[in-house]
Design a protein around this ligand. Sequence first.
Ligand code: PBG
Length: 313
Amino acid sequence: MSQIVRIATRKSPLALWQAEFVKAELEKHHPDLQVELVKISTKGDQILDVALSKVGGKGLFIKELEVAMEAGEADMAVHSMKDVPMEMPAGFELATICERENPFDAFVSNDFDSIDDLPQGAVLGTSSLRRQAQILAHRPDLDVRFLRGNVGTRLGKLDDGEYQAIVLACAGLIRLDLQARIRQEIPGNLSLPAVGQGAVGIEIRAGDIALKERLQPLSHENTTLRVSAERAMNRVLNGGCEVPIAGYAVLDDQVLKLEGRVGAVDGSKLLKSSAEMTLTGPVSQQISQATDLGHMVARDLLSQGAQALLAEQ
Ligand SMILES: NCc1[nH]cc(CCC(=O)O)c1CC(=O)O
């Protein structure tokens, strides 16, 4: 007898790709499972004309999915980790973090090869305060303008000529088979990625141990440790996806290295900090070491004045 599990997902093409990916993985590892998608509209999808930072951002893309899980209409929700708040609401837990796709930002343009190739004063589209802060710190002459909507909408606005270039996540473009649109993978030293960028996370009702067990084969240890450090940093800085904070960790040979940045949205200031740590012991211990590393970098950014910068936004 097959058992049915339902995934709550937003309706954007990228959200659907991610939910379909989790469905396929689950069915591969558990042939007895029948996985269905429950497609839901969220407030974040409907508000397209205001900066997310101005509409009380945190959790904007995931609230409705939690309501469906609470009502028993779905058993789990699949999210871009970048959009998952640092604290999960009571009754829910982050069960699994899957393998990260390319974490970097993409420069997309029909006329130019890279950020440095843009002419003086060029119009660049992004609504990410993190991207704006870092790009303006590097190229203060650029005219950064508002750009929201799902990946297809943003590319459409570029092609209509509203912008000379736009910046979005490489991961989204790659997953939607639009990698040909990436003119430059923006190096991390120019635009450090957002906390969790490129990783997919799975949220469940707190205490649903049977489902968590089922999800275990989808969990990616290297990604989980890196994203744990990034999120621990963000938690201390009190940041979500809608603040000019960047955080990116790499893990090679048990050495976890985390870099964090907090910027002024006009590019006038960019605080940077990094630290590394050798992870040892069982995974649960390594996660707590990764968390400590995140706290260290956050405290260093705070000692450099991050709080004042974030309060200005
Ligand atoms: N804030 C929206 C969002 N959430 C996740 C992604 C991209 C995919 C990812 O980071 O996994 C995007 C679009 C973008 O930043 O261009």
